[in-house]
Write a protein that binds this ligand. Structure first.
Ligand SMILES: NC(=O)c1ccc[n+]([C@@H]2O[C@H](COP(=O)([O-])OP(=O)(O)OC[C@H]3O[C@@H](n4cnc5c(N)ncnc54)[C@H](O)[C@@H]3O)[C@@H](O)[C@H]2O)c1
Length: 248
């Protein structure tokens, strides 16, 4: 029976690219996103590639929705072998004191609590399964913040911490975790961030970002699949996808 992969944030960008590559390799896919239109489109494309696929509309920040997407995946496929915990957002570029507490809550509820809730409800399924692999999409901002991105950087530092904790806490249960850290990945996630972009902000971001090689979502999806396959050995570590930017 083909292995089951659950992917959050599968409508666009990295989640979509990972889903389509895995579909072509014969995995069974449960695709989750709150963007129903593009999520359904990813699912249709994956089906065209021959995969068994379900799409579940869910907000990863809602505990009820997370319970639902996990239950739907188990109802359809019986288990979860791999979990790509990937959904995330950015906020408009600002200095820390300029962010509202509502913006802080919105980002943390998706990038950190949403990732935690996924882990919380997927791990019992993996324990029942006799093992599993969790790939968290972290960031170069898990190592060093870029300027005007403090709350996002804090969420990704914390998600790297959760990855390391899974790495140490579940080895005996055959459950392994790896963080995949894109740097400049060519997706639309920064559409919101650039709403406050000015030349001055751009110069400061450039000055605080070491040289790196931008990657496509497809190139980072290859690293996600590498991490899935190598999770036992890579357990608890973060794969830095910065293309030559060395700071760990
Ligand atoms: N693009 C980059 O340069 C970059 C760099 C480092 C890390 N990342 C991380 O990569 C991951 C994927 O982002 P991407 O670049 O592919 O951008 P993207 O915007 O194309 O993909 C993010 C996906 O998550 C979904 N999503 C957002 N909030 C959600 C919620 N509350 N519930 C359900 N789905 C939700 C979106 O609809 C979208 O499909 C994110 O965690 C992001 O932080 C991106």
């Amino acid at each position: 029976m083909n292995k089951v992969v659950l992917i959050t944030g599968a409508a666009t960008g990295l989640g979509r690219a990972t889903a389509l590559k895995l579909a072509a390799q014969g995995y069974r896919l449960s695709l989750v996103d709150y963007n129903e239109k593009d999520g359904q489109a990813t699912a249709e494309e994956a089906k065209m590639l021959g995969a068994e696929v379900i799409f579940v509309k869910a907000n990863v920040a809602s505990e009820a929705d997370v319970k639902h997407y996990v239950a739907q995946t188990v109802a359809s496929f019986g288990t979860i072998d791999y979990f790509h915990n990937n959904a995330g957002i950015m906020l408009p570029f600002r200095l820390l004191h300029e962010y509202s507490s509502e913006e802080y809550d919105r980002l943390m509820n998706i990038n950190l609590k949403g990732a935690f809730l996924g882990i919380k409800y997927v791990i019992p399924v993996m324990i029942e399964n006799g093992g599993g692999v969790i790939i968290n999409t972290v960031s170069s901002n898990s190592f060093k913040p870029t300027a005007f991105n403090g709350i996002y950087a804090a969420s990704k530092h914390a998600l790297a911490g959760l990855t390391k904790s899974i790495g140490q806490d579940y080895q005996d249960l055959n459950i392994f975790a790896v963080g995949v850290a894109p740097n400049t990945m060519q997706t639309n996630i920064s559409a919101q961030a650039i709403s406050t972009y000015t030349e001055e902000i751009g110069a400061k971001i450039a000055a605080t970002t070491a040289p790196n090689i931008p990657a496509t979502a497809e190139e980072i999806a290859d690293v996600v699949i590498f991490a899935m396959n190598g999770a036992k050995t890579l357990n608890g570590s973060i794969v830095n996808c910065a293309g030559g930017q060395i700071y760990i």
